[in-house]
Design a protein around this ligand. Structure first.
Ligand code: BJW
Ligand code: ZN
Length: 271
């Protein structure tokens, strides 16, 4: 256990003003103020299931209909959600830094595309996207913002724990549009026990190894490998600042901890 991190915003801002390459690592907490539920907070269950139950290859193998209903619900839910002041502050910060010839990258665990919608450009999606599909047969990855993603899922996916809807037959779930293929599609997201995309991991490593300041925003820092990124940066002696409502198992690695909602903290920290 390291020393107690500082909450001195002026000291943080002095470092920020001199930084040339900044990594902003984000998690579900950055979207909480947009009304997107976090995984381990209130509202983190869908029906009676947690991410650990549904976000796995074995859940999809044994019940692709149930898993597609879960992702369909989350895709449809995003239509009424918008980027909040935290996403906006991050995007504006990147644009300002870029104009000054300095570098910012966002490494996000989120799959909701709210950073893109806020205007961030250098984004690495560690866990994929709600709005991409991957074909199990031909492996093709495609952007997909259709609502609903297929007719058979229209009106399905209610999160109510009492919901006992009929399963959708596999032939009516989202299918590959290549006529020669027609394979079953899956969400292009990273489930538990799956490896992260090696190209994305390589770019994330490059950003983490070359940054001279790191912000870690709204993540519980319990899911690997993302959980070790910011502690690794701190290990190199680079300043790391955590923005979270709570402390996390990683807090003691960091020089700064700012406690509160990131929609309020980041506009001040990055102004
Ligand atoms: C606010 C706020 C506000 C709220 N302002 N803050 C040791 C080493 C390596 C791996 C493992 C290991 N032990 C176990 C593993 C395996 C596993 C793992 O890490 N499990 C842990 C639970 C222990 N990891 C994996 O399986 C990974 N793959 C892997 O390791 O491959 C190698 C391997 C191969 C074969 C066998 C075994 C290993 C893959 C992990 C993929 C995670 N995928 C998910 C689902 C993505 C798709 C989907 O969304 O459905 O990603 S799980 C879920 O958790 C999602 C999130 O991105 C991820 C992280 O959650 P996050 O973002 O931190 O959210 P919360 O809810 O946890 O926290 C929110 C935070 O915000 C809280 O701190 C709040 O306080 C805060 N907050 N409001 C500021 N307004
Ligand atoms: Zn295909």
């Amino acid at each position: 256990v390291g020393p107690i991190p500082s909450a001195d915003m002026e000291a943080f801002r002095k470092i920020l003003q001199k930084a040339n390459s900044v990594v902003i690592l984000t998690g579900a907490g950055v979207s909480a103020e947009s009304g997107v539920p976090t995984f381990r907070g209130a509202g983190g269950l869908w029906r009676t299931y947690s991410a650990q139950n549904l976000a796995t290859p074995s859940a999809f193998r044994s019940n692709p209909s149930l898993v597609w209903e879960f992702y369909h619900h989350r895709r449809e839910n995003m239509a009424s959600k918008s980027p909040n002041n935290a996403h906006k502050a991050i995007a504006e910060f990147e644009h300002r830094m870029t104009k000054e010839g300095r570098h910012v990258s966002v490494i996000t665990q989120n799959i909701d595309e709210l950073h893109q919608r806020a205007g961030s450009v250098n984004i690495l999606e560690l866990h994929g996207s709600l709005f991409k599909t991957r074909c199990l047969k031909c492996k093709k990855v495609e952007p997909n913002h259709d609502s609903p993603i297929c007719e058979a899922l229209r009106g399905k996916g209610s999160p109510s724990p009492n919901e006992t809807g009929e399963l959708v037959p596999e032939s009516l779930l989202p299918r590959c549009k290549l006529t020669s293929c027609g394979g079953l599609l899956r969400p292009h997201v990273v489930w538990f026990h799956e490896n992260l995309d090696s190209a994305v991991m390589k770019k994330a490593d490059e950003e983490l190894n070359s940054c001279d300041l790191c912000l870690v925003v709204g993540t519980s820092s319990v899911v690997y490998p993302a959980a070790m990124f910011a502690p690794q940066v701190a290990e190199r002696g680079v300043p790391v600042a955590e923005f979270n409502m709570e402390t996390t198992p990683a807090t003691h690695h960091f020089g700064f901890h700012f406690s509160g909602p990131c929609g309020e903290l980041l506009p001040k920290a990055l102004a």
